[in-house]
Design a protein around this ligand. Structure first.
Ligand code: 6AU
Length: 475
């Protein structure tokens, strides 16, 4: 027997001796009976075994491409990760199970850089969902997760599930190898092995159903969708939506710069983004956008220029970066038409440089008599898919791209008690755009700007939109 296998066998026997692995009839978390039970929480009482375990993990760690930090899945794997961190000098981060509701509201404690690769350490994997939960928070904070080292793979579907989410699992023991080592060492009978084998065959976690549910945009929560977002600004928008519990975008279509600033200040706490048509602002100057940026920072919302770029690429590049408005210097989101082809997106990608930019592509229009047809809409969605790093989502009126949880559906044409204006705009209610229309974020303009008290109106729209979203993900 090879050296490592011998060590693993000895380790398996130690686990058995300390009752970390038990055989009999046990009830699982979900109420099913299992002939084998693993409780690795007892490990903390056995420092010597913890030492053996950490060395085995470190050997595996050396076979994995460079990682900058490690994170143990709370709680059992936390002390294990700590020892590995200490022995390898690899810094550790810790995930809070609940984000603090005071102070910094950090999900992850510890120091790391944007883009750091974080290795996950876990004790037992059944479905893989605990690893995925931790991974989601690490990704949310800007890290990358590609590998997880686990003590025991129960071989019930978790490995496949994690692979589907881009995580390679490295298990020290599988249930099969564990049973073989224990049988060879005379710890378990042939009959126990058979029982465990039969149990595993019949108790596969149906990862397919999990994956199908997870890949349906309309049924998923913003938290669950966040890891699928590829565009950096979309990620920020997801974060803001989750933190502020608002999927309301304000269309601040006022023509006076001071009025817009006052509106932004009062409505700021209730919105995830403020959308401008900067070319309708009278007395525009750079102070306006810099003050607006400060207000956006203070109230944590994104600035969005609804420029609807629709020219040849070169012109779009200038329109985005130059001229009076210098959109690139203050807007993190913009809209673009697909009408003139992918040159528009190429131009924005190029002009974005190292700035952050997310684009919402117009796949449909809320105006009566719009010439956009189904073919155009579908071609727009397809075009966007080739620019996943740039596209934050699509502007549309109905449920489209339902299998793409990483993109956001932005739906304008929202107002209570009015069906349209006299220039072709058509309105739906907040709940219907979310529940029937499939919107993730809704744009409200005059419903707020023309209200007697815009702040109260914004709060009302925010609450209605959020309640409809909660209802949708619960269904
Ligand atoms: O609520 P309103 O009607 O006062 O404002 C709606 C806002 C305006 C429009 O330019 C914009 O939403 N809009 C868009 C966007 C967001 O691009 C697309 C569309 O199809 N309909 C529409 O109204 O600022």
């Amino acid at each position: 027997m090879e050296q490592r296998e011998l060590r693993l066998k000895e380790f398996a026997v130690e686990l058995f001796k300390i009752n970390a692995i038990k055989f009999g009839e046990y009830k699982t978390k979900v109420g099913l009976m299992t002939p084998v039970y693993c409780d690795l929480r007892v490990l903390v009482s056995y420092p010597k075994i913890m030492g053996i375990l950490s060395d085995l993990i470190i050997d595996t760690l050396h076979t994995i491409e460079s990682q900058e930090v490690i994170c143990g899945v709370p709680y059992t794997a936390l002390p294990i990760a700590t020892i590995v961190s200490f022995k390898t000098n690899l810094p550790m981060v810790m995930r809070r199970k609940e984000a603090k509701d005071y102070g910094t509201k950090k999900l992850i404690e510890g120091i790391f850089q944007e883009g750091d690769k974080c290795l996950i350490i876990e004790d037992v994997v059944t479905s893989g969902s605990s690893i995925l939960e931790t991974t989601k928070d690490l990704i949310k904070e800007g890290m990358k997760v590609t590998d997880a080292i686990v003590l025991l793979n129960r071989e019930q579907g978790g490995e496949k599930f994690l692979t589907q989410h881009g995580i390679k699992m490295h298990a020290l023991l599988t249930m099969t190898s564990l049973m073989k080592y224990l049988k060879d060492a005379g710890c378990v009978t042939e009959e126990s092995c058979k029982k465990v084998g039969d149990y595993l065959k019949n108790s596969q976690v149906t990862t397919n159903s999990v994956v199908t549910k997870r890949s349906k945009r309309l049924e998923m929560t913003f938290e669950d969708r966040f890891p699928y977002a590829k565009n950096e600004v979309a990620k920020r928008l997801f974060k803001i939506i989750i933190e502020k519990k608002t999927n309301l975008v304000l269309a601040a279509d006022l023509t006076d710069a001071t009025d817009i600033l006052n509106l932004a200040e009062s409505v700021g706490p209730h919105i995830c983004s403020l959308k401008l048509h900067v070319d309708i602002v009278e007395h525009f100057n750079d102070n306006f956008t810099s003050t607006l940026s400060q207000i956006a920072k203070k109230h944590n919302f994104l600035l969005f220029e609804d420029r609807k770029f629709a020219d040849i690429g070169k012109t779009v590049e200038y329109q985005y970066t130059r001229g009076v408005y210098k959109i690139a210097s203050w807007a993190s989101l913009v809209t673009a038409h697909s009408l003139t082809g992918h040159g528009v997106l190429d131009a924005l990608l190029l002009a974005r440089g190292s700035n952050e930019l997310g684009v919402f592509l117009l796949a449909e229009c809320s105006a009566k008599g719009s010439l956009i047809d189904e073919k155009y809409t579908n071609a727009t969605i397809t075009m966007g898919k080739n620019y996943s790093d740039l596209i934050a989502g699509y502007v549309c009126q109905q449920k489209l791209f339902v299998d793409e949880p990483g993109y956001l559906q932005l739906t304008p044409g929202v107002q209570l008690g009015v069906s349209g204006d006299d220039l072709g705009q058509q309105y739906n209610s907040p709940s219907s755009v979310i529940l029937e229309g499939g919107a993730d974020v809704a744009v409200v303009g005059r419903g707020i700007t023309k209200a007697g008290n815009p702040e109260n109106a914004a709060k009302e729209y925010k609450d209605l939109l959020w309640a409809a979203y909660l209802q949708r993900v619960k269904q």
